[in-house]
Write a protein that binds this ligand. Structure first.
Ligand code: PLP
Length: 232
């Protein structure tokens, strides 16, 4: 029952991503879906994998470690850490993930850069920018990240591939859109100042991913829409 529903939800989210890409003249394959599995039991994550999900996102390092261990028999999974990472959990987390989406300070970036040489294939990282101005959100405050361009470029051992943001609480797709446009503009400027290509924009969640795709998202992080109608 649940697995049929999860299968349908995944297909529907994929179709909506493709339609949003087509509407803005983008190639749908330029947008990757990161299926967010936080607070979902392993059986439901398995259903998602069987339905074809490959990129899975977790918020909390400890929960990530548990899921990685429980799903070690599914080697095709690419794990993404999408939430805040404390420096003391970085060493253990680094070898498990393909991407860290929410590097929210120069201090953390430098710590990851220092650890990268110990990992066979260090994960790619995105830097989190607080485009909504909410106090509760992590990350560089808007274009304050530009002041750190030189220091970011100096972290050459960890691959910095782009930026990540979250829209303000309570926004819908249309009211979230300026946040996404802002992230893209800051990325364009940071690209000039660092000389890094920064191809990735990680933005868009269940209630606003179509607007994010319209503004250039290359990674959308979708959780609840995939589990609609499925009790946690
Ligand atoms: C939970 C979470 C998501 C997914 O949110 P949904 O609204 O469930 O799609 C995406 N990104 C981050 C950082 C999250 O914490």
């Amino acid at each position: 029952m649940n697995s049929a529903r999860i299968h349908d939800n995944l297909r529907s989210v994929r179709e909506r991503i493709a339609a949003a890409a087509a509407r803005s003249g983008r190639d749908p394959s330029a947008v990757s879906l990161v299926a967010v599995t936080k607070r979902r039991p392993v059986e439901q994550v398995r259903a998602l994998i069987e339905a074809g999900a490959v990129d899975l996102g977790e918020n909390y390092p400890q929960e990530l470690w548990g899921k990685v261990a429980a799903l070690a028999d599914s080697p095709a999974i690419r794990w993404h850490l999408i939430g805040h990472l404390q420096g003391n959990k970085a060493g253990r987390t680094l070898p498990m993930v393909r991407m860290i989406h929410a590097v929210d300070s120069l201090k953390l970036l430098r710590a990851l850069d220092g650890l990268a040489d110990d990992v066979v294939e260090p994960p790619e990282v995105c830097l989190q920018v607080n485009t909504s101005g909410e106090e509760a959100k992590h990350g560089w405050r808007d274009d304050a990240i530009l002041e750190d361009a030189e220091a970011i470029a100096a972290c050459a051992r960890i691959p910095v591939v782009g930026l990540m943001t979250m829209a303000a609480r309570g926004t819908d797709a249309e009211t979230a859109r300026p946040s996404f446009a802002r992230l893209r503009a800051i990325r364009d400027e940071l690209r000039l100042r660092t000389g890094l290509a920064l191809p990735r924009l990680s933005m868009g969640m269940s209630h606003d991913f179509e607007a994010a795709v319209a503004e250039g998202a290359t990674l959308v992080r979708v959780g609840s829409a995939l589990f609609e109608g499925v009790e946690p």
